[in-house]
Design a protein around this ligand. Structure first.
Ligand SMILES: [Zn+2]
Length: 304
């Protein structure tokens, strides 16, 4: 959807509110308090319905990611549109400029709230064939030079584990991915990841270097090889890692330790929708509407 189409579809607050109301109450207003189906939209309060039975007032944004936000709906919708329509995403600085927001912090927290909506809670497990490997991503702090990648201590690296689902035919085409920050590459950590993201019975392809050991729930295709050739045996997970590094550098000038998981979620969202970018806006909006309001607590740095 182009910016012009977006403006036609969502010209003002009322259009955005109507969209939210349709998504929340496709069959008409339902009171979240008493399940009453009779109610009316208040004239005195914008986008708020009052229940005919219990008189409770419900804002159309209640129970969505936009709840209690000081920003108007149009700003939210525009930010979601910008995030979804730039194939690489945007930085907080770019968003601030595009929306004319007063502060960098507002743009930053808006982007993080949108990123939260990038994981579909109902997504299914990876199936058939799944490449699994880990990688270390160098992160930078506020004061590091942008491109100081050489000679870092291990403390400056973020460990991640990734999985790529492949088609079960001879071509082994990549389908969906999952990425997760991890504390270490112990068997316990890797097993937990595989159990969380891979369907029981699927075949897991690994390079045989790590302590995956026996995986009771999954078949295993193991390749005992040196690190040098890992990209030949696990071509897709390695391509995902290198795309991820390039994306972090290109869009954000390098990985940051804080909120790293959200950046992985954003990358995963983009990769998994790389062939149907057109629907990314609607997907993101649908998830954002279903996602509960986030408090500041949700944004305090997550430790792995
Ligand atoms: Zn009610």
């Amino acid at each position: 959807m182009s910016r012009a189409e977006f403006e036609r579809r969502f010209p003002d607050e009322a259009a955005c509110a109507r969209y939210l109301a349709e998504k929340r109450w496709p069959e008409g207003f339902v009171c979240p308090s008493c399940d009453g189906c009779k109610g009316w939209e208040l004239q005195s309060k914008p986008f708020t319905w009052e229940c005919a039975s219990c008189a409770r007032q419900t804002s159309v944004t209640a129970g969505t990611v936009m709840h209690r936000s000081k920003l108007d709906l149009k700003t939210w919708f525009t930010a979601i549109h910008l995030e979804a329509s730039h194939s690489n995403g945007i930085s907080a600085l770019q968003l601030q400029a595009q929306l004319g927001l007063g502060s960098y912090e507002t743009a930053w927290s808006l982007l993080h709230k949108i990123r939260r909506a990038m994981v579909d809670p109902g997504r299914s497990l990876l199936q058939d064939l799944v490449e699994v490997d880990d990688a270390a991503i160098v992160y930078r702090t506020q004061h590091d030079p942008i491109d100081g990648r050489q000679g870092r201590s291990p403390a400056g690296k973020l460990l991640i584990v990734g999985a790529v689902e492949l088609s079960p035919d001879e071509e082994r085409r990549p389908r969906r991915i999952r990425l997760q920050p991890i504390a270490d590459v112990s068997g316990e950590v890797l097993h937990r990841f595989v159990d969380q993201v891979v369907q029981p019975g699927a075949t897991v392809i690994t390079d045989g270097l790590h302590s995956y050991g026996r995986m009771p729930n999954h078949e295993r295709e193991r390749h005992v090889i040196g690190r040098v050739k890992a990209h030949l045996v696990l071509p897709w997970v390695h391509r995902v890692f290198s795309n991820l590094k390039r994306w972090l550098m290109g869009t954000f000038h390098g990985a940051r330790k804080a909120h790293f998981k959200r950046y992985l979620d954003e990358f995963t969202f983009r990769w998994n929708r790389r062939r149907h970018l057109k629907s990314a806006f609607d997907t993101l909006l649908r998830l954002a509407v279903r996602l509960p309001h986030a408090s500041t607590r949700d944004f305090i740095e997550q430790r792995v």
